[in-house]
Ligand binder design. Sequence first.
Ligand SMILES: C[S@@+](CC[C@H](N)C(=O)[O-])C[C@H]1O[C@@H](n2cnc3c(N)ncnc32)[C@H](O)[C@@H]1O
Length: 199
Amino acid sequence: MMDDQNSLKPPEVLQHIKVDTAALGFQMASEPLTGALLRTLAATKPAGRFLELGTGTGVSTAWLLDGMDEASHLISVENDADCIAVAKQYLGNDHRVSFHTEDAAVLLATLPKQQFDFIFADTWAGKYTHLEDTLQLLKPGGLYVIDDMLPQSSGPEGHAAKVLKLIAALENNAALVLTKMKWSSGIIIAACVESHSKL
Ligand SMILES: C[S@@+](CC[C@H](N)C(=O)[O-])C[C@H]1O[C@@H](n2cnc3c(N)ncnc32)[C@H](O)[C@@H]1O
């Protein structure tokens, strides 16, 4: 029988990031299954333009970079300087990633529309706020990916209601084709169709 936990082959750098993540007491890092999915999806976008909202300590960043080819580029934003310092320490030498230490909402406002092939939205801005602004950044054919859609043990109060509202907004968006997965922490993958003007 298939075992989805088997043979995940995480990027080697992750073992170092995880040590520093634990030392910081940071508990919001993506699960390994989510990371593996991000890596696979990243590999479908050669020379892709990637955006990650909420770097954390760089766990999901490491998975994304592991799937991206040499011609791809990732912008990753995080407003907690201690967290992003871990990501920078272990991934900052990779020429394919630019780290931004600022409010994701501020960065979103500076980015040109229809620029990204792939957006992993893993903080409030781009998910529970600024959703339309974020979706406008997708190229036709681009993917918008979110996790933590299932109830979280450490989730903030009101998480379930926010999730339902977000899912409804995505389902009602005619420019998106989406799949909801009750797997890992609860994933949604949405593809932006050609009729981008509907966004
Ligand atoms: C779920 S965690 C990200 C985890 C990371 N993507 C990973 O998988 O390891 C959400 C992150 O968003 C950051 N954050 C919260 N508000 C933010 C904001 N306004 N702008 C940027 N980052 C923010 C938090 O500090 C936290 O590190």
